[in-house]
Design a protein. Sequence first.
Lengths: 260, 326, 276
Amino acid sequence: MNSPIQKQPVLEVKNLNVEYPVNFRSGFQRETKQAVIDVSFNIFPGECFAIVGESGCGKSSIIDAILGFVQTTSGTILFEKQDLMKLSLQRFRKLRPKIQPVFQDYNQALNPRQRIGDIFKETLPRNLRESQTDQLLTSVGLSNEILNYFPHQLSGGQKQRIVLARALSVKPSLLLLDEPVTSQDLSVAVQIVELLISLRKIMPMTFLLVSHNLSIVQLLADRVAVMKNGQLLEQQPLSTLLQNPKHDYTKNIISQTTQL
Amino acid sequence: MFHGIVRRLLSAIPTLLIGITLCFLIIHLAPGNPAMRFLNPSQSAETQEIIRERFSLNQSLMVQYGHWLERVLFHFDFGYSFYNGKSCVAVLASALKPTLLLSFWALIFALFVGISLGIVAATKADTRFDRIINSIMMVFISTPAFWLGLMLIGLFTIRLGWLPGSHLHSLYYDQLNGFGQILDSVRHLILPVLTLGLPLAATLFKYIRAGMVDALQSDYILAAKARGFRQSTILWKYSLKNSLLPVVSLLGMIIPALLSGALIIEVVFALPGVGRAMVTAVFGRDYPILMAGVSLAFFIVILFNIIADIINMILDPRIQTGSGGL
Amino acid sequence: MKIFPQKILKNRSLSSGFTTVAIVFLFLLLGPLLTPNNHTFQDLSASLQTPSVSHWMGTDYYGRDVFARLVYGGRITWLVAVISTFFAVCIGTIIGLFSAYRGGWIDFVVMRFVDVMLAFPKLFVVLLIVGLGASSTNLLIGVLALFSWMEITRIVRSEVISQKNRTYIKSARALGLGTPRIIIKHILPNILSPVIVSSVLLISTIILVESGLSFLGLGIQAPNASWGSILNDGKIDPLGTWWLSVPAGLLILTTVTGFNLIGDGLQKLFDPRKSL
C-alpha cells in the first residue's frame, strides 16, 4: 500500500462526545450513556483509517455522528475544513453525497420496493446515466441484467456490491464502512474485501473503516485506532500497531485474530 | 409510581381544555344561525334581550368563549334546556343513570363472554369448534347494533312476548315488592344489554383469542409443559395475566364506541339515557343540551382513559415511561 | 413483492370476502335492470304492500318500491362510505407521514390533537353536526371523513416510525435525497399494506355509522334512500312489515361482513404475524 500523500485532512474529528438518553424516568433525571468520549482523529486523503473495537464500544456512533444522525454533545467534526455542526440544513444536505456510508446491514440497506435500476435513476443525472451505471456495475463486478431485479432477488454479496455502487455513484470523497463484511459468510467476505482493495487501486478513495474484526482491518487499513468503551486507546500506522501494541487490550485483540 | 399518576393527571388537563374548546367551536361554527344558539325562539323579545346580555351574544367569539369557559369550568353551568327550561346539568344528570346502567352491564357481559370464549377458542385453535365460533363472532362484529336490537325485539317481544322491548321499568313497577322490582329491571335490561354487548364481546373475543394463541405458543409455555405442569395451571398462571393486560388499554379505546352504541340502543329501546336526550335535542335544536352532552361524553371518555392508564401503571411497572397518551 | 394467485385463493377470508362483496356489488349494479320501479315514486294507494310480482320487496309507508330503494339506497350507502374513506385516508396519511417523519414537537402536538379527536364518541359529534347543519349528503361525507382520519393517522405514524430508522432510509438521507422524495418514494410504498387493510376496515365502520345515522333520521334524507333509513321505516312494526326491517339489515350485515373478511384476509396476506 502506498503511503498517503500528506495534504489537508479530509476529516478532522476533535474531542467528540456523544451520549444517548437511556431510561426515561418520571421526574427530571435522565440517565445517559456515554457512547463516544473525547475522541479525536484525522483522516488524510487517499488513506484507509480503521477503528477497531468490540461491539458496543461506540464505533458505530462515530459514523452516525459524522452523518448527522445523532446529536453530538460536544466536539467538532470538520469535513474538508467545514464544520459539519455549524452548517445550515441546506448546505449540509448539499455536502451529504460526499460522505457516503456503507452500512453493516446490507439486507435492510436497499428499499425492498425499488428496482436496482431505479436506485441509479435517483442518484445519477439523466444524460450520463447509462454510461455511468455501466461503469459502476462493472467496477463492483456485476452485470447489467441486475438492473431489473428487486433486492430480495439478489444474494447477500450482490446486495452489498449494489450498496457500494450506490455509494460510489454520488462521487463521495469519504467512504464510511461500518462492518462491511461481518454479516456474510467467509467466501463472500473475501470477495468484498478484494473488491475494496481493487477499488482503491483504480480510484483515489478515502476510507473510514470500522470493524471488530482485525483480520479485515489488516488487509485494508493504513492506520488503525483501537477503541474501547467510547475512548480511543491508541492510534498507529498498521505495522506499528501489530508489532508494538501499547495497550494490553490491543495485544488481546491481536492474539485473538485469525489470519485470513 | 406516584410520579407517574400525577403526570398522567396533569397531562389530562390540556386535553380537557382542548376538548371543551372543540365542543364550543363545533357548536358555534356549525352551520345554522349563530344567534339561535342560546335564544329560545318561543320566548318574548324582552327575555331574548336579557339572554343576549347574559350570554354576551352580541360580542365577539373570543369574549363568548371566555364567558362560556368561565361558566363551565367554575360553575358547571351549561345553560338551560330550551325544551323544558331545566338546567342542562340537571337534565343530563338524571339521564346519566340509564346510560351508565346499560353501558356497565353491556361491558360486563362482553368481558365475560369475550374473555371466556376467547380463551377456550385459543386452546382449541384451528379446530372445527374454533372456526365456527370465529365465524359467529365475525358476524356479530359486522352486525349493525340497532338492527340486532330490532330483530331481538321482533323475536322476543313481539313474537314470543317473553321480554319487554322498551323502557327500564314496567308501568306497575312501584307496586312491586323488592324482588319483583329486581326481576322487572333485569327483564327490561336483558335485550338492550345483549344488543350492545354482543358486538363488543365479539371484538374482545378476537383480541383475547389472538393474545392467548400467541402466549400459548411462546417458548415459556413450551418449557412449562415440558416440565410437566398441567394445562390448567399453565393457563391460569401465565397466559391469562398476559392476555388480560392489553384488555385494560383496549378498554380505554372502546369507551367512545360504547357510548356511541349506547346512544343508538337507547333510541331503539326507548331508554331515557344521555344518548336519547341528545337525539331529541338535535331534532329540537336544543343547543345547550347538545353542548353539555358532547362535553359530558368527552369527559367520560377521558376519565376512563385515565383510569385505564393508571390501572396499567399499577399492573405493569414497565409502562411508566414519560411519554403521555391522553 | 410477488403475490401468488394460489395464496389468494387459499386465503379463505379473502376469497369469501371478495365473493360476498362482489355479489352485493352486482346486486347494486344490476338491480335497476330487474325492476322498472323508481325508488322515489310515491303511490300512497299502494302503501305497505307485502312483496309481490310488481313490487319484489313490497312497498313502504309512502308506497315506494322497497326493492328499488334497497338498490339505490345501497348505492348511496356504498358511495358515501367509499368517498368518506377515501378522504379520511388521504388526510390521515398525509398528516401521519409528515408528523411522524418530522418528529419532535410537531409530532407531539399532532398526536395530542389526534388523541383529543379520538376521545369524542363518533356518533355524538357526527350526529350533532349533521343534525344542526343543512341536510346534505356532502356534509355527511365531509363530517364522516373528518372524524375518521385519526385512526389512519395513528397507523401511518406507527409504520413510518418503524421505517424511519431502517438502514435504507438512513442511506437515502445520506445520499442527500430531499425529504419529500424520501417520504413519497421510499417510505410510502413500504407502509401501504397496513394502510390498505385499515382503509378496507374503515369502509365497514363508516357503513355502520352512516346506517346508524340514517336510522335515526339524520343521515341520508328523503327522498333519497339508505339502508339505514329503510330500517327507520321498519322500526315501527319490525315483524309486521318484515320486508322493511329484515332485508336492509341483512344487506348491511352482509356487506360489512364482506369488507371485514377482505380486510382480515389482506392482513393475513401481508403480515400474518399481526393478524387477529
